[in-house]
Design a protein around this ligand. Structure first.
Ligand SMILES: [Zn+2]
Length: 313
């Protein structure tokens, strides 16, 4: 199940003033208890702080160690809310919507993260982002599933909830790869690939994933248009190295031509706004899934005609 099939008519709303171009990016972080979700969220809080961005975090990871929650609470500050008394993918779906909206009013976040419990289904949780009034300000939303590499190596609990979570992921974070023999990684990835053929797999140790892969930004300045060239090397302290490039594409390709060209790059993520034969399109991609939607009005001129892609080095 992919969100491109689900989001009603694919038309982006006009986002409220002050919203990032294309809306506020939002992640659902799911995965089995012990996969490393909370560690990843802590890393994302730090990453946002370093960049001066406001992050809203809603955690539904009941049953996790209290100390983790206390640390998150402290790190997340006003943007951190814990939801208890049920699961956000089902019983607490309305509470999740109301909490998201309250956080939007209160802190106007630049990024949103919802951490689910180990039993929640990421896709069901993701659908909250498409409900009114959340859909008025949330832009791209992704289901990220954190997987404990050691659990896969031990072939432990790989059916049922695990498989349901993995198969609905947009992006898989293969965490704790330092705990399994490097020679077995490819074989272990194959297990995930069979469950989620379209989801890119990122390796990580201690949940350290470059925030720019999870939240690609359109408005990174200092890149000149109409040129494909290597830009920064995205590897502060991650296990994998990424590079970002800016693509220049001819105007007025048909949407199909555009998709073919974009797919050829096999990027992990992409984001941009281009002229096509059917008008302006907002391009958002995760692995092989690339969506073209109508961008919000009032896009700054200097963002048009640029697509940033992030690939493995
Ligand atoms: Zn649920």
């Amino acid at each position: 199940m992919k969100m491109s099939d689900q989001k009603p008519d694919g038309v982006q709303p006009d986002f409220p003033r002050g919203t990032p171009v294309g809306g506020v990016p939002a992640l659902v972080v799911s995965g089995f208890l012990g996969a490393g979700k909370t560690t990843l969220v802590k890393h994302l809080i730090r990453d946002a702080q370093e960049q001066g961005l406001r992050l809203a975090v809603i955690s539904n990871e009941f049953g996790a160690l209290g100390i983790d929650q206390a640390l998150l609470q402290e790190a997340g500050g006003a943007g951190y809310v814990e939801l208890e008394g049920g699961c956000v993918c089902c019983q607490l779906s309305n509470e999740l919507r109301d909490t998201l909206q309250a956080l939007w009013s209160k802190i106007r976040p630049d990024r949103v993260v919802v951490e689910t419990s180990g039993v929640a289904l990421p896709f069901e949780t993701l659908m909250t982002f498409w409900r009114e009034p959340i859909t008025d300000w949330v832009g791209e939303s992704l289901a990220v599933v954190v997987v404990n590499a050691e659990q896969v190596a031990q072939r432990r609990d790989l059916d049922g909830t695990f498989e349901q979570q993995v198969s609905s992921a947009d992006l898989l974070i293969f965490n704790k790869v330092d705990l399994v023999p490097e020679a077995s990684l490819r074989e272990l990835e194959e297990v995930l690939h069979e469950m989620a053929p379209d989801a890119p797999i990122l390796h990580s140790v201690h949940g350290e994933v470059d925030g720019r892969v999870l939240f690609p930004s359109l408005s990174s300045k200092s890149i000149s248009a109409n040129e494909v060239r290597r830009r920064s090397e995205l590897m502060p302290h991650t296990h994998e190295a990424f590079e970002s490039q800016e693509l220049s594409l001819p105007d007025d390709l048909t949407p199909d031509q555009l998709l073919n060209r974009l797919q050829a790059h096999q990027a992990l993520r992409m984001k941009g706004i281009v002229h096509t034969s059917e008008g302006l399109k907002l391009v958002q991609g995760v692995g092989s899934r690339i969506e073209l939607t109508t961008p919000p009005s009032g896009i700054p001129e200097d963002l048009i005609g640029r697509i940033i892609i992030i690939c493995r080095k």
